[in-house]
Design a protein around this ligand. Sequence first.
Ligand SMILES: Cc1ncc(COP(=O)(O)O)c(C=O)c1O
Length: 391
Amino acid sequence: MQFDQAYFDAGIDRRNTRCEKWDDRGVMGPDGIPLWVADMDFPCAPAIVEAIRERAQHPCFGYSCDDPADEEALRGYWLRRHQLHIAPGQTVMLPCVITGLKAAVRTFTKEGEGVAIFTPVYGPFYEAVRANGRQVVRVPLQADENGRYPMNLKGMEAALKAGARLIMLCSPHNPVSRLWSQEELTALAELAERYDVNIVCDEIHADFVYSPGAFTPLLSLKKARDRAVSLCSASKTFNVAGLQQAAAVVFSDAMRDALKRSLTAAGAACGNTFALAATRAAYTDGDAWLDGLIAYLDRNRRSLADFVREQLPKARLTPIEATYLAWLDLRAYGLSCRELTEKCRRHGVAFTAGTFFGPEGEGYLRVNFGCPHQQLIAGMARLRDALKEEN
Ligand SMILES: Cc1ncc(COP(=O)(O)O)c(C=O)c1O
């Protein structure tokens, strides 16, 4: 099968499949175009469907036992795609990435302690900290004159100096589309070493990187190896988030054991029969599909930038180095996120409100461009019309 432009242009009708993005009609009205929650409107790789179908042929779905082939598939994938050597036994299975964030907070900090986070950031980061009785220490990112967000290392140092005990990093960063550079990540790891704190690093978007960028796994850095937990999943990359399967990669034996103990104490088990089959297939047989996908998303990314420049002259689009999520600054239109969302709903299009990512997101929308090109442009045209509308 060819995973070319025509394949991804065809997309897939997801309506009436209990799909959060399409079937939650309150968000955008009956004929709405969803450019919000972060999953994609493409069928997943055929190898994944085949693996699930094959497993379903055996009509018994009891408990699964561990199989080293699952870890082997993950290790092979990370070596092949990101040149990261993971030794056998250095991974811990998780039901999802957010479970990993929460478990890391519980394992590596005490109640009341601070967790430092670059903001704005994916909303559940805050909840992972607060729901566990820890304090969010915001380290605000600020756009430079090109709209790009450099890592705020000074702010992070101040947070650590003031006593924050864990860094929670999103790499690449959702929503500001940053591919952190090796220099930035190294400087961050040096800070972690200087203040003797750990880093939990959500690398769920690692595969969505655009030329000429290359993803740097935090664990590939010498200074980070013994103090980092990296969280990964096939869920975003292969569009299988509903299956719920992720993993933590931890090189430090002591940290890995501590994390495992927390997970066991919380009863956070995994081993969903279909998720295991799907993840193994994704990591072993998904490369051709993924390469086609990245080429397609790259085209969408460029079209989106053209659209904003030509049709939304007052808007500012953050340069998209990674992820299929774009950070759109609409503050010049003078509308709050609530007003923007309501206008968009009336015009039949949905984005994620910037405030979902923190107060810095007021007046911003996050655009999900993981969809057929035509859908992206139609949704953006609705946004343009919504912004023309008188109040
Ligand atoms: C940065 C980031 N982390 C985690 C998640 C959710 O991952 P999971 O469903 O595995 O908890 C998302 C989903 O959008 C995300 O963007």
